[in-house]
Design a binder for this molecule. Structure first.
Ligand code: UGA
Length: 442
């Protein structure tokens, strides 16, 4: 099939590249000329494991193209995916100006080119319930007929950064939100190669599909937040959250995944989507109490480690050298959007701390935020030189089994605040470290 992907962020790039990998002809569009230039030179603007191989192969074989011109992409494309940003506005509601703006451009182009055939417009971005209807209304306002000249489909993505390529190639489920049998048939054909092992393609109405995406993210954010609160109670009552996690995770109704307590959830999706769903509920006259609590608790959790450091040094952080390992909002990504590390760093800087930071992928993105306010170490051990404590913010694998002797030699004080529970408290004590983690006895 011939596809256009509008927006080359994480979602757009992964979507376009993976569809090309299945033999489709894909053209990706973005208004950012520098990004498109880079992509046409063979440089990926993001770090995403596994993406590069597919990107290179499909570009080489002429199935994956990049352009800044929407008009170039439209004539041939049967299905047009919108993978555009929907940033939260001041009140938490998603800003739809990009999505609606591009929909308007496509509709206008279709009216000016009546010879062009039937096209499906797919909302891949996470958009509030009712957006597919709004996009359809834009097309109808130009006199275009749903089911004949176009259809609008909601097709949310469930990609996790860091494993997005795997998630796309082998989705646990595909959700197609449309009441048009014609669109449902084409979309099903498009996704069938991805679910050969029998995972379901669920066809449902647009609003249920849009709601499914928010419900999934809000549920997962709630699950993490619940565990963070359990961890906070564990600390107070002398229990170990790791044991409790194992104890409850074996109940298949609860499940083992997404039960890791830490320093709060971050990233470009959970905080934004939880806020947006709470806001949507409010607009429809419903107070979504749990989500309000989730947001409050998460804010508190993201400050926790910084407060612990502050308390440990009795507020005397001025000029004190501290090391930070991990800046990305989670492992295997260079993404620092809403990263708990940045919340912690900001707090410690406010108190005058002298911070030396290291992350295997997210240094450049962090420098773009903090500039010269931080010292950027060339390696994980170098970050420790003369530091009076190490603060761990991201669960990168290379931090899991470090050379503890080397760490001790470099640190000015064998003190670790671990926001990701990477080490055993008992072993750390045996090695002479003073070690604080989340929800476990120390
Ligand atoms: C999330 C969802 O997992 C995807 O299904 C969804 O498609 C995506 O948002 C989106 O809406 O686009 P992502 O933001 O990449 O994906 O990251 P996750 O792996 O879900 O992690 C989110 C946050 O929760 C991270 O800050 C992570 O550190 C934290 N987390 C996760 C925990 O603190 N504990 C856990 O047990 C799991």
């Amino acid at each position: 099939m011939k596809l256009a992907i509008v927006g080359t962020g994480y979602v757009g790039l992964v979507t376009g590249t993976c569809f090309a990998e299945m033999g489709n002809e894909v053209i990706c569009v973005d208004i950012d000329a520098r990004k498109i230039e880079k992509l046409n030179r063979g440089e990926l603007p993001i770090f995403e494991p596994g993406l590069e191989i597919y990107y290179e192969r499909n570009r080489r074989e002429g199935r994956l193209h990049f352009t800044t011109s929407l008009e170039d992409a439209l004539p041939e494309s049967e299905v047009i995916f919108l993978a555009l940003p929907t940033p939260p506005g001041e009140d938490g509601s998603a800003d739809l100006s990009y999505v609606l703006g591009v929909a308007d451009q496509i509709a206008r182009w279709m009216v000016a080119h009546p010879e062009t055939g039937y096209k499906i417009i797919v909302n891949k971005s996470t958009v509030p319930v009712g957006t597919a209807d709004r996009v359809r209304e834009i097309f109808e306002s130009y006199g275009l007929k749903a089911g004949e000249q176009f259809d609008v489909v909601s097709n949310p993505e469930f990609l996790r950064e860091g494993v997005a390529v795997d998630d796309f190639m082998k989705p646990e489920r595909v959700i197609i939100g449309t009441r048009s049998p014609r669109a449902a048939e084409i979309m099903t054909q498009l996704y069938e190669p991805f679910v050969r092992q029998g995972n379901p393609i669920l066809v449902m109405d647009e609003r249920s599909s849009e709601m499914t995406k928010y419900a999934a993210n809000a549920f997962l954010a709630t699950k993490i937040t619940f565990m963070n609160e359990i961890a906070n109670v564990c600390e107070r009552v002398g229990a170990n959250v790791d044991e409790v996690r194992r104890g409850i995770g074996l109940d298949s109704r609860i499940g083992k995944q997404f039960l890791y307590a830490g320093i709060g959830f971050g990233g470009s999706c959970f905080p934004k989507d939880v806020k947006a769903l709470a806001r949507t509920a409010e607009e429809y006259g419903y107070a979504f109490q749990i989500l309000k609590a989730v947001l409050d608790v998460n804010e508190r959790q993201r400050r926790l480690l910084a407060e612990r450091v502050y308390d440990y040094f009795e507020g005397q952080l001025e000029g004190r050298r501290l090391a930070v390992w991990g800046l990305a909002f989670k492992a295997n990504t260079d993404d620092v959007r809403e990263a708990p590390s940045h919340v912690i760093i900001r707090k410690l800087l406010e108190h005058g701390a002298d911070l030396v930071v290291f992350d295997p992928e997210a240094m450049a993105n962090t420098r773009a935020v903090f500039g010269d306010a931080l010292t950027y170490a060339p390696g994980m051990y170098e970050a420790l030189d003369g530091a009076e404590a190490l603060i761990i913010c991201t669960e990168w694998n290379e931090f899991r089994r470090p050379d503890f002797q080397r760490m001790r030699n470099r640190l000015a004080r064998p003190l670790i605040f671990d926001g990701r529970n990477l080490y055993h408290p008992k072993r750390m004590a045996e090695m002479g470290f003073e070690y604080y983690s989340i929800g476990r006895p120390h």
